[in-house]
Design a binder for this molecule. Structure first.
Ligand code: NAD
Length: 475
């Protein structure tokens, strides 16, 4: 029985008014597994009108109550964790164990959003004349339009739902049309928990049309997007033209600095696991491995061993360690990057090609002798490819590490405390993982520098992008 995903507006799931729909494909089998309804311009207008009502209703729900509802939604997600995880694996491809973690993390974000809702507080500042004071009130910004991607189809949307709903906003989310199920599963949990039905909408369609219509709608106050830098720039420009605030979580190209003093086998084990998690389709994924010359050979040999030993297969098989890529575009993009590097003299030590003819499987790949001009050092790979770049001169390596316009994640591996501090200070990135992988937990704010983003998500700041202040001067 194929899945039929519809638009969710005002608590009701229904087809788009023009009857248009797109196919959903299982990336492990390339089989059509369902259809997703597309919204017409009229459907989007209806979603905005309903959200305007939902925004008033939800903003009027006391923050304490909103907090309880979000926490209840987190519990519902956790109770139905297995079914939600299977939806993620079926549509996105990742191993089921990784999908379970994603659902758990999504629940954590909703719960954190609920907890932060209960901490919303106005501030007072003493006035300059006797008896006067200034009251700085916190208000929900209004209707939020959220655009979320396919690599963590539930968790990356959960951050936005948690912040927007916690703050008291209505949210209209357009998930990736390739992975529509997980956001709908989460939205149903939120409705079951008691969120005002008019305060949540999930719509699908032609991304260009949906984003243009929602950003232009007068009632929409805030735009939040997670995805690629080129799309982020277009959406930010459109939002800027309407003077609407944006939160952008865009791509990365994380340098990893492995210093000479560490055990190369330990470092290779830890970093290869991080690299091939979600088949490398993570914005925080380590993607340029600068390894100090004395240990480069041993590090590379072990990394290659791990890459070759990785069990690649369908995500529903519990023994699978790496699933397929999420879509055909990624296979083509990775093939192109590997071919380009090879044509410029790079050596492929592991993988380098698609596995089989059915399913979007790509072999875990390790390459060396990669010249600076190779595309893979400039474009976010977003796939299972690890370029290893031995270095001898720390200053020259740092210049290369900081050179791209990306500024999301970076990694430092050394037990030398002074060197650790020096490298952490030098890296122009919003996140630095020291001696381990980076995971985004709700209690910490995370955001990119340079072109990798605007604003942060998570932390005690989670609600801030969805709030605006009103200064009341009492005399
Ligand atoms: P893409 O640039 O076409 O799309 C990226 C995301 O934006 C997708 O989720 C897509 O549905 C959405 N999108 C595209 N056009 C849009 C529009 N006009 N309005 C709203 N949303 C729109 O590329 P892709 O092939 O889907 O993904 C490849 C690249 O995207 C990767 O190389 C990676 O850089 C980036 N990406 C980043 C993240 C992240 O977590 N930061 C997630 C997914 C993809």
């Amino acid at each position: 029985m194929p899945n039929e995903y519809r638009l969710l507006i005002d608590g009701i799931e229904r087809a788009g008014s023009k009857g248009e729909a797109g196919d959903i494909v299982n990336p492990a089998t390339e089989e059509k597994i369902g259809e997703v309804s597309y919204a017409s311009a009229g459907d989007l207008r209806e979603a905005v009108d309903v959200a305007a009502r939902g925004s008033r209703e939800w903003a009027g729900t006391p923050p304490w109550e909103r907090g309880g509802i979000l926490k209840k939604a987190a519990d519902i997600l956790r109770t139905d964790l297995e079914a939600a995880a299977r939806t993620i694996t079926r549509e996105q491809g990742k191993p089921i164990a990784e999908a379970r973690v994603e659902v758990e993390r999504s629940a954590d974000f909703l719960e954190w959003g609920g907890e932060q809702a209960r901490r919303i507080a106005d501030r007072h500042v003493a006035g300059r004349t006797r008896g006067s004071r200034m009251e700085i009130q916190s208000h929900p910004v209004g209707i939020v339009a959220a655009f979320t991607p396919w690599n963590f189809p539930m968790a990356l949307a959960a951050k936005k739902f948690a912040g927007a709903l916690g703050a008291g906003c209505a949210i209209i989310c357009k998930p990736s049309e390739e992975t529509p199920g997980p956001v709908l599963v989460m939205a149903r949990a939120l409705l079951e928990a008691g969120v005002a039905p008019a305060a949540i909408a999930v719509v699908f369609g032609d991304p260009e049309q949906v984003s243009a219509d929602l950003i232009a709608a007068r009632e929409v106050a805030k735009i939040t997007f997670t995805g690629s830098i080129p799309v982020g720039k277009r959406l930010a420009a459109a939002a800027g033209a309407e003077v609407k605030s944006v939160t952008m979580e865009l791509g990365g190209h994380a340098p990893v600095i492995v210093c000479g003093g560490v055990d190369p086998e330990w470092a290779a084990d830890m970093l290869s696991a991080a690299k091939f998690s979600n088949a490398g389709q993570i914005c925080l994924s380590p993607s340029r491995f600068f390894v100090e010359a004395p240990i480069a050979e041993r590090f590379t040999a072990r990394f290659v061993e791990r890459a070759k030993a990785l069990r690649v297969g369908v995500g529903t098989d519990p023994t699978t360690e790496m699933g397929p890529l999420a879509n055909r575009r990624r296979v083509a993009a990775i093939e192109k990057l590997v071919e380009d590097a090879q044509s410029r003299g790079a050596s492929i030590l592991a993988g380098g090609a698609r596995i089989g003819q059915r399913g979007f499987f790509f072999a875990p790949t390790v390459i060396t002798d990669v010249p600076d001009e190779a595309e893979i050092l400039h474009q976010e790979p977003f796939g299972p490819v690890a370029p290893i770049l031995p270095f001898a001169d720390e200053a020259a390596m740092l210049e290369r590490a900081n050179r791209p316009d990306f500024g999301l994640a970076s990694y430092v591996v050394t037990h030398d405390a002074r060197r650790q501090r020096r490298l952490v200070d030098a890296l122009q990135y919003g996140v630095v993982g020291v001696n381990g992988p980076v995971t985004h937990y709700p209690e910490a704010a995370l955001g990119g520098w340079k072109e990798s983003g605007i604003d942060t998500e998570g932390g005690i700041e989670l609600l801030e992008p969805y709030q605006r202040t009103k200064l009341v001067y009492l005399q």
